[in-house]
Write a protein that binds this ligand. Structure first.
Ligand SMILES: Nc1ncnc2c1ncn2[C@@H]1O[C@H](COP(=O)(O)OP(=O)(O)OP(=O)(O)O)[C@@H](O)[C@H]1O
Length: 318
């Protein structure tokens, strides 16, 4: 499959701070890819290298096969970026801001005007087209950032915290719009602090910490590494229960509180049927069963906490 983003040994230092410390990453074309990491992990720096706002100190970075520095123009024309900050010309009607941007990318005046109409309708702020950016509500500003990123019909859409500070309903609406774009073939690179957002939307996520990629996997695969709770309510308080930990190595803890049994295990969904069978064979009657799945957020916190030990800035050799 073609790669939308191909990165090898990417490095960026700001003086003593090694913001990117040898990143290797491949984002397949058409995927919905998440970039997760705590504050200061290097996510914005990574994005800025791709869009030509920051010069890398070393390594190789390509977008649809084009080198981000040598083929800057080709790369920039293929990327739509919705940055975290509202870096928008505030004094013009938003319609004009979009038309200017399209013109800057070489789109004809007639097409720019059509395209402006399309994207404003798509994000649901067409009726605000003659309003200046300053006068939009916070949620409308977020929608506008997405519209501006879409004006050039990008093959790669980069969303840096696209739903920061928006209410639940708008967040869901924005998700729908983004998922629809992805289904039509646009590759999405998303950074977010709402880990649930990545869990719901992304095919794959990369966990970045201290300028390094700790892991790349699907949210499902990552969640399999955390532990789930299999919670069983028994009819009667048992005097003893089977030794689940000895029966299955995925079981990490067993807690009995009256008639309520909690088995903590990796891959709880697969362990639960065995727990039920063993209890049944031992003559216990089950009245309720619940599997409390670990969240991507819990796994993420665990992984990035493990990396804290080497978070000290290094002096760059580049
Ligand atoms: N222009 C700059 N000059 C000096 N240091 C910088 C600059 N930009 C970023 N840094 C440093 O590089 C590191 C990575 O920052 P970056 O903004 O890429 O992280 P991030 O993952 O996007 O964080 P956040 O989640 O807070 O947005 C941080 O230590 C930051 O202080």
């Amino acid at each position: 499959m073609e790669s939308a983003i191909e990165i090898s040994d990417l490095r960026k230092s700001y003086g003593d701070v090694q913001a990117l410390d040898g990143v290797d990453l491949t984002v397949p074309a058409g995927s919905f890819f998440g970039l997760l990491g705590p504050n200061g992990a290097g996510k914005t720096t990574f994005i800025n290298v791709l869009v030509g706002l920051v010069r890398k100190s070393g390594g190789d970075a390509r977008v649809f096969g084009y080198d981000v520095e040598d083929d800057y123009r080709e790369v920039r024309d293929r990327i739509g970026l919705a940055p975290q900050e509202f870096n928008v010309d505030r004094f013009f009607p938003i319609r004009e801001v979009l038309e200017h941007k399209a013109g800057y990318h070489g789109i004809s005046r007639a097409r720019a005007s059509e395209r402006t109409e399309e994207v404003l309708k798509r994000v649901g702020i067409y009726e605000k087209r003659d309003t200046r950016f300053d006068w939009l509500s916070g949620g409308m500003k977020r929608r506008f950032m997405l519209a501006r990123a879409l004006i050039t019909e990008p093959d790669l859409l980069i969303l840096d915290e696209p739903t920061a500070g928006v209410d639940v309903q708008l967040r869901h609406e924005l998700w729908e719009t983004i998922v629809d774009l992805n289904q039509r073939g646009t590759t999405i690179l998303l950074t977010t602090h709402y880990i649930e957002e990545a869990e719901r939307l992304c095919d794959e996520v990369a966990i970045l910490d201290s300028g390094r990629v700790l892991d790349v996997a699907s949210p499902e695969e990552l969640m399999d590494r955390g532990t789930d709770d299999v919670v069983v309510q028994l009819r009667e308080e048992p005097t003893a229960v089977p030794d689940f930990a000895a029966l299955d190595e995925r079981v990490e803890a067993v807690e009995l509180d009256g008639a309520r049994l909690v088995v903590t295990a990796r891959q709880g969904g697969l362990v639960a049927p065995e727990v039920v069978r063993d209890l049944d064979e031992a003559g216990h009657e089950i009245v309720d069963l619940e599997i409390k799945r670990t969240s991507l957020e819990e796994v993420f916190v665990e992984m990035t906490r493990a990396g804290e030990g080497r978070a000290t800035p290094e002096v760059s050799s580049q």
